[in-house]
Design a binder for this molecule. Structure first.
Ligand code: NAD
Length: 357
């Protein structure tokens, strides 16, 4: 077990009946989704799933964007969707479903926890347990570009005070709700004094509201990268504008062992999408070989998001226990278990944790 992981209590769960939208996606999506459904049912037998199609299946049924109005209606009804990976066709077809959903639903926060599974998933950073909150809509990703002349092209970096305050507040609220003690703002305000300066100033202002509950510090992004590589275990939560957040979250995922175990969430005011960071890995589709951990941990994030913090913690603890024992692991982690057997082992462990509570 990772020594840095916080102790969890497993008080009996008494969850209200709850329905979440569920899209299995393409490639390995159906297999890893089936594993997650069995685990979520183990933690809460009353959980209902409203199944919708995204990706190739939806496209072939006539949804030119890769998802139809039924998906938007289901998300509006339930507020949350658990989404498997979607294949993005090359040279035609639909645009990235993930980007379209993010824009349509105003998903302003990207949440990426990166925790080591030492010693069972290879990493040089056994104590690393960082949650990254990335602003998802602004910065150079606003898509405002100009061609000034044939020789000069320009991309605008858009940073707004409401956008900065909202992402900073989300990070601090997450820290409070999930027992995190410190938030680090990542920026380059020494060079971009207005845009990154506004981001830093906004983070400082929001941090003042949490003084005494959550600590605050800031780091310049280049220094942040070096520190993440050298001593990641000293960081708890990071909050960053879009571009820096995009880069450091992949850096951090690599430091804890790669995509197979990296969960994610995109959060908006009225809706949230929970999904693994990896893609549809078509070469493993239908082979009972894919690692469902990233989507399982995304399901745990979903439970935390809907206020079922204890249930989410139980799922995370079960994953850590099963991987920690090193007996039932998928091939990418050096084991020989299939997707189904690994999912069953985690579901059984969730049930055992609940029974022992
Ligand atoms: P990928 O993440 O699907 O796969 C890259 C490699 O990582 C695979 O070949 C496999 O070796 C490994 N891998 C990934 N997930 C794994 C898992 N759960 N278990 C075991 N091994 C795993 O990336 P790609 O091959 O570049 O993309 C494939 C498709 O997925 C593309 O169409 C791409 O557009 C799409 N994609 C979707 C998402 C998403 O929906 N969130 C994200 C990234 C890529």
């Amino acid at each position: 077990m990772n020594a840095s992981v916080r102790p969890l209590s497993h008080a009996p769960l008494a969850l209200p009946a709850r329905t979440i939208a569920l899209a299995e996606g393409d490639g390995i999506g159906p297999e890893i989704t089936a594993a997650v459904v069995s685990i979520l049912r183990a933690v809460d037998p009353a959980l209902e799933f409203d199944r919708v199609a995204v990706g190739l299946k939806a496209y072939r049924a006539g949804a030119s964007s890769g998802f139809g109005s039924d998906v938007m209606e289901a998300i509006a009804r339930h507020g949350v969707i658990l989404k498997g990976p979607v294949t993005t066709p090359q040279g035609g077809g639909y645009k990235s479903v993930n980007v379209s959903l993010r824009k349509t639903l105003g998903l302003y926060a990207n949440l990426r926890p990166c925790a080591a599974f030492h010693p069972f998933v290879a990493t040089r950073n056994p104590g690393m347990d960082v949650v990254i909150v990335r602003e998802n809509e602004e910065d150079t990703y606003a898509g405002i570009e100009h061609r000034q002349s044939d020789e000069v092209y320009q991309c605008l970096k858009l940073i707004t005070r409401p956008g900065c305050e909202r992402i900073a507040r989300y990070a601090f609220e997450y820290a409070v709700a999930n027992g995190r003690s410190n938030v680090t703002a990542v920026h380059k305000a020494n060079i971009m004094k207005l845009t990154d300066g506004l981001f830093l100033e906004s983070c400082r202002r929001v941090a003042a509201d949490y003084e005494g509950r959550v600590g605050f510090q800031d780091r310049i992004v280049d220094n942040m990268c070096m520190q993440l590589v050298q001593k990641p275990e000293t960081y708890d939560m990071l909050v960053a504008p879009n571009l820096y957040g995009d880069i450091i979250s992949d850096l951090a995922a690599g430091l804890v062992g790669g995509l197979g175990i990296a969960p994610g969430a995109n959060i908006g005011e009225a809706a949230a999408v929970f999904e693994e960071v990896h893609g549809s890995a078509p070469k493993y589709a239908g082979q009972d070989r894919a690692n469902p951990t990233a989507l399982i941990l995304s399901g745990a994030l979903l439970l935390r998001h809907i206020g079922e913090t204890e249930a989410g913690a139980s799922v995370e603890a079960a994953v850590r226990d099963v991987i920690g024992e090193g007996r039932v692991m998928t091939a990418d982690l050096g084991g020989s278990a299939g997707t189904r057997a690994y999912g069953q082992a985690v579901a059984a462990r969730v049930q055992a944790l609940r029974a022992a509570a």
